[in-house]
Design a protein around this ligand. Structure first.
Ligand code: IPM
Ligand code: MG
Length: 363
């Protein structure tokens, strides 16, 4: 097993160190190679996704990714900004299926901004299409308007588009995932306004004919955003396009108390994947040793399950994380009265201790 480790910027290196610590504590044989990505790669090599980093990611069986971005790169031209690293990896590795689970851990119902009874036991899965839509659609750019409300002035434009095969393959992923869970798929669109998403809805409906055992419902994205905070437990699997999925997955993450808890997987046609926490690089707290490493540690578990065929090792990590939470350890983002606040490396250390059967002490 060959794993590419791409820590990135901000808190990326700190949380990645903990995930690597956890991987080493399992007795698995794997090779791990680290490479710079994002702003760190721009500083070192002049590009957020250097060739060597892309090649390493392509050659690996799985990629474990930290986070990228920092305000100090905001003025760079778009092609050199840190975000281009993750967009480039998604595109070059063909990672079209993004899994973003939102699970509310029993001990963290208090950390949610919603009432505990609305989120207790929450377990939903957002499946976001990741290589199409307005994120990658061409043409895009700036020009002088020839029509519209202000002809002759500067304007900018992007292109929202989806092809039938792109929608079909993500719909299959969603229906198959639903079969392993609650057998319900909510497809989110904006068919009342957008041509692209009327087509999305039609194609998802066509694919559904092959999955009569799975229930399909359609929601407009504005309504979906509302239902997510009104009755989130009514959802099982949500499938949607790249842009809507970006927005709804952040909203869903917050239902669980902290985005610092949520892993994600981005898979290609053959289940090779990139695994990353759902949160960003949090430059405001970088270097302080206070970031929550659990999303990255849980991403490593997802990697073992989906791409490396090590489901028992994945289970072990997930149980260890639950044990650490049950023991009352919390990083600042999930801390509440009566629990013990710990830093990044103490949290990682506690997961390792739980894995290796040592008792977890509150210190
Ligand atoms: C995400 C992020 C990225 C996205 C950014 C960093 C390009 O917000 O993974 O959700 O918009 O997809
Ligand atoms: Mg996002």
């Amino acid at each position: 097993m060959k794993i590419a480790i791409l820590p990135g910027d901000g808190i990326g290196p700190e949380i990645m160190a903990e995930a690597v610590k956890v991987l080493h504590a399992l007795d698995l044989k794997f090779e791990a190679e680290t490479a710079p990505v994002g702003g760190a790669a721009y500083d070192a090599h002049g590009h957020p996704l250097p060739d060597a980093t892309l090649k390493l990611a392509q050659a690996a069986d799985a990629v474990l990714f930290g986070a990228v971005g920092d305000w100090k790169y905001d003025r760079l031209e778009r092609a050199l900004r840190p975000e281009q690293a993750i967009l480039g990896l998604r595109k070059h590795l063909g990672l079209f299926a993004n899994f973003r689970p939102a699970i509310c851990y029993e001990q963290l119902t208090q950390a949610s901004s919603l009432k505990p009874e609305l989120v207790a036991g929450l377990d939903i899965l957002i499946i976001r299409e990741l290589t199409g839509d307005i994120y990658f659609g061409q043409p895009r750019g700036r020009r002088t308007a020839v029509d519209g409300h202000f002809p002759g002035t500067d304007e900018a434009f992007d292109t929202m588009r989806y092809s039938r095969p792109e929608i079909e393959r993500i719909a299959h992923v969603a229906f198959q995932a639903a079969r392993r869970r609650g057998r319900k798929v909510t497809s989110v669109d904006k068919a009342n306004v957008l041509e692209t998403f009327q087509f999305w809805k039609d194609v998802v409906t066509d694919v559904h004919a092959q999955y009569p055992d799975v229930q399909l419902e359609h929601l407009y994205v504005d309504n979906a955003a509302m239902q997510l905070v009104r009755a989130p437990k009514a959802f099982d699997v949500i499938v949607t396009g790249n842009l809507f999925g970006d927005i709804l997955s952040d909203e869903a993450a917050m239902l669980t108390g902290s985005i610092g808890m949520l892993p994600s997987a981005s898979l290609d046609q053959r289940n090779k994947g990139l695994y990353e926490p759902s949160h960003g690089s949090a430059p405001d707290i970088a270097g302080q040793g206070v970031a929550n490493p659990l999303a990255t540690i849980l991403s490593a578990a997802m990697m073992l399950r989906f791409s490396l065929d090590q489901p028992e090792a994945a289970d072990r990590i997930e149980s260890a994380v639950k044990a650490v939470l049950a023991a009352g350890l919390r990083t600042g983002d999930i801390w509440s009265e009566g629990t013990q606040k710990v830093g990044t490396s103490a949290m990682g250390g506690a997961v390792v201790a739980a894995l290796t059967g040592k008792t977890i002490t509150k210190r």
